[in-house]
Every structure is written in structure tokens, then in C-alpha cells.
Design a protein. Structure first.
Length: 121
């Protein structure tokens, strides 16, 4: 599907660049939606492993949110680059990184506290 859309976009781009862009966005979203089921299966598997390992679910949820933000920011940045707006795309990437950093602070704090406890006084 994506190869056909690529060839169609290349052909249409010469005549109607706006339609070619819309085709690319539509196909990108379609591919993402087709993968939602597999993503759900992966998340359930990770949750089962975390429960067996007795991992605090708050940390797992935070890590999964961070991964989700990274994928969404990358997807949005790529669509923005396809629209010819590289400057905005770089701002989207920066925003995603800052949000990820802010969400990771509690996990980093726990890691640092654990390391400090392991160091003999």
C-alpha cells in the first residue's frame, strides 16, 4: 500500500501538489491505524512482564507515555517536514524532547536515590 501511494504521490505531485500531500498524510495515518492492534498487544505483553517482575506500575506507565510521546512527536515532525515546514518540524521535535525530559524526572530521581543508597557513607 505504501509503495503504491509513493508512486501515486510522485505522479500527482507534478499536477496537484496539495493532493499529493493529502495522500501522503492519509496513507501515513492509515499505516499508523493498522498498527494500533499490534501496539496494543505489545503493551499488554509488557504489562504482564512488569506484573511478574513486581515493577511499580507508575514507572511503567510513565515509560510507556514517554515512548508514545516520542512516536507522536516524530510522526508529527515528519508530516510537517513533508509539508515543507522544516523549521516547525524542528520545534515539534524540541517540544517532544522537553516533554519527555519533564516526564522522566520522577524516574531519574528514583534512580539517583537508589544509587546514593548503594554508595557506602
Amino acid at each position: 500500500m505504501s509503495l503504491i501511494a509513493t508512486f501515486l504521490a510522485l505522479v500527482i505531485k507534478e499536477q496537484k501538489p496539495n493532493f499529493a500531500f493529502l495522500l501522503v498524510v492519509f496513507v501515513g495515518c492509515s499505516i499508523f491505524l493498522m498498527l494500533v492492534g499490534q501496539i496494543s498487544d505489545i503493551l499488554h505483553m509488557i504489562q504482564k512482564i512488569a506484573l511478574k517482575a513486581n515493577v511499580n506500575m507508575v514507572y511503567l506507565e510513565t515509560i510507556l507515555k514517554i515512548i508514545g510521546i516520542a512516536y507522536i512527536a516524530e510522526f508529527a515532525a515528519q508530516i510537517t517536514k513533508d509539508a515543507g515546514q522544516g523549521a516547525i518540524a524542528s520545534k515539534i521535535e524540541l517540544g517532544g524532547k522537553i516533554i519527555i525530559l519533564a516526564m522522566a524526572i520522577p524516574i531519574l530521581t528514583v534512580i539517583i536515590e537508589t544509587i546514593i543508597k548503594l554508595i557506602p557513607s
